[in-house]
Design a protein around this ligand. Structure first.
Ligand SMILES: [Zn+2]
Ligand SMILES: [Zn+2]
Length: 82
């Protein structure tokens, strides 16, 4: 059975390959930190999928929907589209 990356729809023959790919997938969810203004990948911002924290050492932004926002929502909001 093929393993498909949810983000970019690439397929992999083994789950391990997919796992490895997920770490580097460019289509993975991006978050924007309001504190430092940098884009960070969701995987780097959370360990348990529940608590989010900006991975930048000199930034104390934290909390999804608080300091960290989904880049998708962010770009839609800032482009003025509804
Ligand atoms: Zn992918
Ligand atoms: Zn930050």
């Amino acid at each position: 059975m093929a393993h498909v990356c949810r983000n970019c729809k690439r397929t992999f023959s083994t789950e391990l390959e997919l796992e490895l790919h997920r770490d580097t997938c460019e289509a993975a969810s991006q978050l924007v930190c309001r504190e430092c203004g940098e884009k960070v990948s969701e995987r780097r911002a959370t360990r348990d999928g529940w608590t989010y924290r900006c991975p930048n050492d000199d930034c104390d932004g934290s909390g999804l929907g608080d300091d960290l926002h989904k880049a998708d929502d962010f770009s839609v909001a800032s482009s003025g589209l509804r």
